[in-house]
Design a protein around this ligand. Structure first.
Ligand code: XLS
Ligand code: NI
Ligand code: NI
Length: 431
C-alpha cells in the first residue's frame, strides 16, 4: 500500500464529526426499502482524480503528483494510489478510460501491452478490494490522431484504430466484471460543414455502435452498453447532442433495445436542459442507464465538471431516478474534478466525501418526496380528465370525429392553474 494520503483514516459515517467523515452518506441506512449504498452505487472517475494535471486554457499542470511522468512505473504507482483512495472512501465502484491508466506506447501494440499490464494489476487488486468496476471506456479524443473524430474520422485507418481500441477496452471491462461499457462521443461531431460529409459521418457512427453491440454479444458481456450525450465541446456540433437526439440515432440503426444512456449533469446544462429533464426523457424512452454526477458552472458555458454541491438539484435528479425504478446496472459516477488550486491529497478526499454527502441528502429528500406523495398526487390530478372513457376513446378517434364532438357537446374548456409555485414550495419542504 502507498501512503499518498498520509495519515488520513478511512472515512466513516459520523454526523457529529468536524473532520473528514460522511455526515449524510450512511451505506447501510435503509432508504425506500434499499441500502443507501445500493441505491447510489458511487463510482470514482480515474481520469479526473488521478490523470488530470490541473491545466486550463491559460496554464498547465498545477498538480505535482508523483505518478505524472508518462512511465509504466508512474502508471503502477497511480493504480496503487487509486485503490488506496477507493479504500479510504469505501467506494463501491470506479470507472476508467484506457488513456488514464497507461502511458501511450510507440505503437498500438505497445500501448495495448501497457494497458493490459495495468489491467492485470487492477484484477489482482480487485480480488481483495470491495471496489468493483462500474464501467470502462476508451479515450478516443485526447491524442492528436483523433482530432477529426474516431468512428466519424474521414481517415479509415483512424476508424480502424478506434475499433481496435474499443475492442481492447470492452475486453478489459468484461474481464474485470464491469457492469457497463460507456461510449462518449469525444470528437464525434464537426467544426465546419465546409469540410464535413455529415451524412457519411452519421452513417459510420451508427454502424460503429452496431459493431460494439455485436461484439458485446459475441464475447458474452452481460453489462449494458451506454452512450453519453453531449451537445458541443470539444466539437462545435456533437452528433450525440442530448438524450432525444441519441434516441433518434439509435432508432435509425435499430439499437434502441440494446443501448442505454449515461447522462451527465454538466452535459444536460450545456444542451440547455436540466439534469432531471434528461433523466426523465431517457426513462420515458426506456433507455435510462447511469449518471455522471457533476455540476457545471452556470456562467462559464464550459464543461467545468465540478463536484456536485447543490442538494435541491441533486434531489430532483434522484427523484426521477427513483420514479424510474432506480439503477439496475448503472450508478452515480463522479465525473468531477478538483479546482486547479486544490493541490493537496486531502482536497481529493474532501471533494468526494462532500459530493457523496450531497448525493445522500438528495436521495433522502427524493425518497421522502415520493413517500409523501403530494407531488405525484398533484400530477395525477392534473391529468385526471384523461381517465374518463370519452377522453381515452378520443386517442383512437380521427380528427373529424373529434371535431364533431367539440361542437355537438358545446365544449367550453377553461384554463386551470399549473400550480408551479405550490409544487416548488412542496419540494422546498424536503430539501
Ligand atoms: C467528457 C465526458 C467524459 C466521459 C467519459 O465530457 O464527460 O468524461 O464521461 O469519456
Ligand atoms: Ni462524463
Ligand atoms: Ni463531461
Amino acid at each position: 500500500m502507498t501512503q499518498f494520503f498520509g495519515d488520513i483514516a478511512p472515512l466513516n459515517y459520523d454526523p457529529q464529526s468536524d473532520g473528514l467523515a460522511f455526515r449524510h452518506y450512511n451505506p447501510d441506512a435503509m432508504v425506500a426499502g434499499k441500502r443507501m449504498e445500493d441505491h447510489l452505487r458511487f463510482a470514482v472517475a480515474y481520469w479526473h482524480s488521478f490523470a488530470w494535471p490541473g491545466g486550463d486554457p491559460f496554464g498547465g499542470q498545477t498538480f505535482a503528483r508523483p505518478w505524472m511522468d508518462d512511465t509504466m512505473a508512474g502508471a503502477r504507482l497511480k493504480a496503487d494510489v487509486a485503490f488506496e483512495m477507493f479504500e479510504l472512501l469505501n467506494a463501491p465502484y470506479f470507472c476508467f478510460h484506457d488513456a488514464d491508466i497507461r502511458p501511450e506506447g510507440a505503437s498500438f501494440a505497445e500501448s495495448r501491452r501497457n494497458f493490459e499490464e495495468i489491467i492485470d494489476i487492477f484484477e489482482a487488486k480487485m480480488a481483495t478490494s470491495k471496489t468493483r468496476l462500474l464501467w470502462g471506456t476508451a479515450n478516443l479524443f485526447s491524442n492528436r490522431r483523433f482530432m477529426s473524430g474516431a468512428a466519424t474520422n474521414p481517415d479509415p485507418d483512424i476508424y480502424a484504430w478506434s475499433a481496435a481500441t474499443v475492442k481492447l477496452c470492452l475486453d478489459a471491462t468484461h474481464r474485470l466484471g464491469g457492469e457497463n461499457y460507456v461510449l462518449w462521443g469525444g470528437r464525434e461531431g464537426y467544426e465546419t460543414l465546409l469540410n464535413t460529409d455529415l451524412s457519411q459521418e452519421l452513417d459510420h457512427m451508427g454502424r460503429f455502435l452496431a459493431k460494439v453491440v455485436d461484439y458485446k454479444h459475441k464475447i458474452g458481456f452481460k453489462g449494458a452498453i451506454l452512450v453519453e450525450p453531449k451537445p458541443q465541446e470539444p466539437t462545435k456540433h456533437q452528433y450525440d447532442y442530448d438524450v432525444a437526439t441519441v434516441y433518434g440515432n439509435l432508432k435509425r440503426f435499430g439499437l434502441e433495445g440494446e443501448v442505454q444512456m449515461n447522462i451527465e449533469q454538466g452535459h444536460a446544462i450545456l444542451a440547455g436542459h436540466s439534469f432531471e429533464h434528461e433523466i426523465a426523457m431517457a426513462a420515458s424512452l426506456g433507455i435510462f442507464g447511469s449518471i455522471d454526477m457533476n455540476r457545471n458552472d452556470y456562467q462559464s458555458g464550459w464543461d467545468t465538471d465540478q463536484f456536485p454541491n447543490n442538494v435541491p438539484e441533486v434531489a430532483l435528479a434522484y427523484y426521477e431516478i427513483l420514479k424510474a425504478g432506480g439503477f439496475t446496472t448503472g450508478g452515480t459516477n463522479f465525473d468531477a474534478k478538483l479546482r486547479r488550486q486544490s493541490l493537496d491529497p486531502v482536497d481529493l478526499i474532501a471533494a468526494h466525501a462532500g459530493a457523496m454527502d450531497v448525493c445522500a441528502r438528495g436521495l433522502k429528500a427524493a425518497a421522502a418526496m415520493l413517500e409523501d406523495g403530494s407531488l405525484e398526487a398533484a400530477r395525477a390530478e392534473r391529468y385526471a380528465g384523461w381517465q374518463t372513457p370519452a377522453a381515452k376513446a378520443m386517442l383512437d378517434a380521427d380528427l373529424a370525429t373529434i371535431a364533431a364532438r367539440v361542437e355537438a357537446e358545446g365544449l367550453d374548456p377553461q384554463p386551470v392553474s399549473g400550480r408551479q409555485e405550490i409544487l416548488e414550495n412542496i419540494v422546498n419542504r424536503f430539501v
